[in-house]
Write a protein that binds this ligand. Sequence first.
Ligand code: TZP
Ligand code: MG
Length: 208
Amino acid sequence: MALTLPPLYAILDPDQIKGRAIEEVLGEMLRAGVTMLQLRVKSLAAKDFLALSQHVRKATETHHCRLIVNDRVDIAMACNADGVHLGQDDLPLHAGRKLLGNKIIGISTHDIEQAQQAESGGADYIGFGPMFGTTTKDTGLTARGIAMLKQIRAAVNVPIVAIGGVNEQNVTQVWQAGADSAAIISDILGAEEIAGKVARITRAHNST
Ligand code: TZP
Ligand code: MG
């Protein structure tokens, strides 16, 4: 069955939490009602990534929140995550599928060809971006923009998560252009009050 994504795809990245305790940030996100969370870890050894993922798995389970592990199929399996998110240079979709069976696999895409390829390969959702300018990740790509998101929407039926520079101010445009969900890192993790930020974004969707 096709995957239904919530309008907000939250991302927890220990490098983006401004020195706050990760348990605190995670708790705030979950209490604010996040129902899909990606754990994105770029700077930990595998054993520490695993330990963190197991902790996040427990907390997300308690809050009935789906957990997607970024980059690493092995860690997604070991912590019993709901799925994995793979970039164009990560393990290819067919290999991820072999290992993960019917768990969720999301694929990062940056153009129509990649989006169609991910869809025909059986991705459960695609990430698409970078939508706007962002300093969180050096993608080496120009901002794709709303017009290109609309083209992607017209080209594929697979659920779309828009990413890159999406924030409380522009998220409505992204949903209106056809994204099922918006992935947001810095605007949420950098917020004074994470819970309030999440609540405002969720409310904005309800009035879209
Ligand atoms: N992939 C494309 S842009 C990006 C990723 C992981 C970073 C998104 O972060 P932000 O802070 O929401 O722009
Ligand atoms: Mg990756």
